[in-house]
Write a protein that binds this ligand. Structure first.
Ligand code: NDP
Length: 278
């Protein structure tokens, strides 16, 4: 018996990045998984990785939908129940930073950027959670939301709407955790720091530019004290821990940072003040 044997999980945003790594870890540990994303080609890559890891096709439900649509959300839930008979774990991972096509950052971005960001990062999470709730109450299940260190309390002047959307998810996690804990459903979140995934491409950055960013920040211990940027598996392992009832049962409504220490750094402490203080 593996830790997720007989468990059924939906992992949104599993056609790439953190969601893909999560689907692979959960499935390798016995879960039946619904994998999803809009891009059918990348979703098929996830499926092939699962099959390549020895997962039976019977344990994979692959659904290409837009999670911001009501029909897409219904399809995710209904096809999971139809194929696997129940739902134990919902990983609300799909999300992105929406870039303003004009290149504008900060408060001058068009308000449509706010709408698009919140539609995916907040509204779709709320709606899918509402739809999954009766199934999770029945199974005494788990929800893991994927937030970000962008949620604060530090300021993120370039991407204000993204960071606000993740602050909303943190409070959503806390708000629903109490109500659902009383029904034996646990809700927690993981808040990643810089992780090398497809997110920069999704925001319009060419790969060589995003690689530069990962390399620069990852090798600068004033930015990431642990000495490297994150990989999807770093976060997927924490999602799996939070989805594992036996391992993390006493953690309820928490937002767990996984950022190599980035948010502990105060800018003034990154300067060597020894000479000044002589
Ligand atoms: P990726 O871009 O690699 O993956 C994002 C996933 O979300 C893809 O599978 C994408 O699928 C899916 N997705 C996006 N929009 C939609 C939509 N409308 N409908 C359905 N699926 C959608 O990024 P990450 O793995 O990095 O992102 C995962 C989560 O981690 C996000 O919530 C992100 O905010 C968070 N995060 C990431 C950090 C990082 O540094 N990478 C840091 C902090 C938080 P498709 O394109 O096929 O639709």
């Amino acid at each position: 018996m593996s830790r997720f044997t007989n468990k059924v999980a939906i992992i949104t945003g599993s056609s790439n990045g953190i969601g893909r790594a999560t689907a692979i870890i959960l499935a390798k540990d016995g879960a039946k998984v619904t994998i999803t994303g809009r891009n059918a080609e990348r979703l098929e890559e996830t499926k092939q990785e699962l099959l390549g890891a020895g997962i039976s096709a019977d344990n994979i439900n692959s659904v290409a939908v837009d999670v911001t649509t009501s029909a897409g959300q219904d399809q995710l839930i209904n096809s999971t129940i139809q194929k696997f008979g129940k739902l134990d774990i919902l990983v609300n991972n799909a999300g992105t930073g929406v870039a303003d096509p004009s290149g504008t950052t900060g408060i001058s971005q068009n308000i449509s950027i706010y709408d698009k960001t919140f539609e995916l990062n907040v509204r779709s999470v709320i709606e899918l959670t509402q739809k999954a709730k009766p199934h999770l109450i029945e199974s005494k299940g788990e929800i893991v939301n994927v937030s970000s260190i962008g949620s604060g309390p530090q300021s993120h002047p370039d991407l204000p709407f993204y960071s606000m959307s993740k602050a909303a998810i943190d409070q959503f996690t806390r708000n629903i955790a109490i109500e659902l804990a009383k029904k034996d459903v646990r809700v927690n979140s993981v808040n990643p720091g810089l992780v090398q995934t497809g997110i920069m491409q999704a925001m319009g950055a060419p790969t060589q530019i995003s690689d530069k960013l990962y390399e620069y920040l990852g090798s600068n211990r004033d930015c990431i004290p642990i000495g490297r940027h994150g990989y999807p598996e770093d976060i997927a392992n924490i999602i799996a821990f939070l989805a594992d009832r036996e391992a993390s049962f006493y953690i309820v409504g928490q937002t767990i940072k996984a950022d190599g220490g980035s948010t502990l750094v105060m800018a003034m402490n990154t300067h060597n003040l020894t000479d000044l203080l002589k």
